[in-house]
Design a protein around this ligand. Structure first.
Ligand code: FAD
Length: 321
């Protein structure tokens, strides 16, 4: 573990990553021949996928064989373009290796070695993302309370289940009236996975536009994500809520601007929000601008809140107006 002078952990990613990059990386370890378990711990057969209930309908296959297959495809045909395409929501051009890293069916050490061997800007950007995973782990190891309490409090008096129950439900169901937010929330429900850009903008929407407690969003993600991981999930939520390690804690992502930038032709929204699939052009990101019969024909809600109202509420709460 890398530690800065005078503290037990790095609180900012960039200096952490600089030090992390200078460390010599050990070789991956082989699989152990045997695993010694404490006396009295029995062994149970693993259930097959068909024996499990409550799985997301579109959940990807798991296991080491599948992880290795996905890794091979990724190194061959995804990695080189990663730097340019990692935020392309519709292109789905990230590795999707997070469940394998979470369950240990792939080793992060091996991924770093193999990416570095491949080389190039895509590999560098990918290694940097893998370092975020370590960064959050070292923060949580040093501050275990950050799993449930603000890492750096902003003295928020968040809206809660009691005061914002309907808004929270609409967010979970993908019925906020903001198509890009709803698309991402529906992807989460269907696949048990969500694109990183979707995670960022849905978390910003819940905590900043709706001003709802980050723990409510983090809990929902942990309930549904196949890669749901205490360090990565809670600390990414805190990062976006502005109570974590972000050096710009009051940044707010505008869901319309994000949609136009990261889903410019609306393919991602049309894929996940069938009510909007027939809309042409930019209306897919702002259906409330449609008039008359066009609007009335859509079985799609009006926005829960005007963005300017949400922003004003957030700024007041943070004492910044
Ligand atoms: C609100 C929120 C919640 C999140 N919850 C989780 C979670 O529970 N589990 C989880 O693994 N990731 C979480 N992330 C981080 C990130 O979104 C996922 O790791 C990524 O989307 C997984 O897809 P991928 O494997 O295709 O990623 P790639 O883009 O291919 O990245 C490769 C790997 O790098 C790591 N990584 C990438 N981005 C991050 C990041 N921001 N923080 C930490 N590690 C990262 C992951 O292990 C990922 O598999 C969260 C992000 C946000 C904003």
């Amino acid at each position: 573990m890398v530690v800065p002078a005078g503290s037990d952990h790095f609180a900012v990613f960039t200096p952490y990553f600089r030090r992390w990059s200078q460390e010599r990386l050990r070789d991956p370890l082989g699989a152990p021949r045997t695993v010694t378990v404490p006396d009295g711990v029995g062994s149970e057969p693993l259930p097959s996928r068909d024996d499990l209930s409550g799985l997301s309908a579109g959940l990807a296959a798991g296991g080491e064989t599948e992880g290795r297959r996905r890794l091979a495809v990724w190194l061959r045909s995804g990695l080189a373009a990663y730097e340019d395409r990692q935020d392309d929501l519709a292109g789905d051009a990230t590795s999707r290796l997070s469940p394998h890293l979470h369950f240990g069916t792939l080793s992060p050490v091996e991924l770093v070695h193999r990416a570095r061997r491949a080389g190039g800007p895509g590999a560098e950007a990918f290694v940097r993302q893998l370092a975020w995973r370590d960064f959050h782990r070292q923060v949580l190891a040093a501050r275990p309370a950050a799993a449930g309490a603000d890492y750096r409090t902003q003295h928020d008096r968040w809206r809660s289940e009691r005061t914002a129950g309907d808004d929270i439900e609409a967010w979970k169901e993908g019925r906020t009236g903001y198509p890009i937010v709803d698309a991402a929330m529906r992807q989460l429900r269907h696949e048990g996975w969500m694109h990183n850009r979707g995670r960022l903008l849905t978390a910003s929407f819940l905590t900043k536009t709706l001003y709802v407690d980050w723990r409510i969003g983090a809990r929902h993600f942990l309930d549904l994500l196949v890669d749901g991981d205490l360090a990565n999930n809670q600390l990414n939520w805190q990062w976006m809520a502005g109570t974590g390690t972000d050096t710009r804690p009051n940044r707010v992502l505008n869901p319309v601007a994000q949609a136009k930038r990261y889903d410019p032709d609306g393919t991602y929204v049309r894929r996940w929000v069938p009510e909007l699939a027939a809309l042409e052009g930019p209306a897919v990101h702002e259906p409330w601008k449609l008039r008359g019969l066009d609007r009335a024909a859509l079985d799609y809600p009006d926005p829960l809140v005007e963005l300017s109202e949400g922003l004003a509420r957030f700024k007041r709460a943070r004492g910044r107006d």
